[in-house]
Design a binder for this molecule. Structure first.
Ligand SMILES: C[S@@+](CC[C@H](N)C(=O)[O-])C[C@H]1O[C@@H](n2cnc3c(N)ncnc32)[C@H](O)[C@@H]1O
Length: 196
């Protein structure tokens, strides 16, 4: 579905080519560990908790986490599923995720290149990743090819903006996680969808 507002915001914010965005992410990981403070931030912990809660309510025998960063959420996913695959574009993040989430199959891969499996994953978890991607239409198609359900979170300036791309799917659940305490105000919209 065309999403004019997101397309305009993406155009305004996304001045760099996609590959440069990816190499900047890797550079960010090289400079600092745990940049988003996933292990301590009250907001991030609540966001992860809500994501896990949503995943537990849908079939989740096999899970693909797209954009796993250093594996904090992937580790929590391995506590509810024995078959977690986690991918990221950053080689540095992937190495750390392999240590932080030892029970997950962590691979260096981009969502757009990740091989479509013979059998779809039960659930794709795509949390705070879409803001890095220019071509959202292609992303939606890819996610649909990969899984039966989607749990996503979108935060900062993108809480609801990207959701219209998914309106052709059935929205199962929505929740908002807000942070008003830790410095900058942050909101994340967490949603669960039945794909196709
Ligand atoms: C903000 S972190 C989110 C980490 C985790 N999903 C969470 O919510 O705790 C976004 C991650 O997505 C990764 N990423 C961005 N674009 C990607 C793509 N096309 N395929 C796979 N990973 C991607 C980045 O390298 C980064 O590690």
């Amino acid at each position: 579905m065309p999403n004019i507002i997101d397309a305009v915001v993406t155009k305004l914010l996304f001045k760099k080519p996609q590959e440069e965005v990816y190499s900047n992410l890797d550079r960010m990981f090289s400079k600092k560990k745990n940049s988003w403070n996933y292990s301590k931030s009250e907001y991030e912990l609540r966001r992860h908790k809500k994501i896990i809660e949503f995943v537990k309510q849908i079939p989740h025998k096999t899970i693909l986490e797209v954009g796993c960063a250093e594996g904090h959420l992937a580790k929590k996913l391995t506590e509810i599923s024995a078959h977690v695959t986690a991918i990221d574009v950053s080689p540095i993040a992937v190495k750390r995720a392999q240590i932080n989430a030892p029970k997950a199959k962590v691979k260096l891969a981009k969502l757009e290149d990740f091989k479509i499996p013979k059998e779809k994953f039960d659930v794709i978890v795509c949390a705070d990743v879409l803001c890095y991607l220019k071509d959202k239409e292609a992303v939606v198609t890819r996610i649909e090819e990969l899984g039966n359900y989607l749990v996503m979170s979108n935060g900062y300036v993108f809480p609801f903006l990207v959701e219209p791309y998914f309106f052709r799917f059935k929205l199962l659940k929505r929740s908002l996680v807000a942070n008003l305490k830790e410095g900058r105000t942050k909101f994340a919209s967490i949603t669960a969808w039945k794909l196709s």
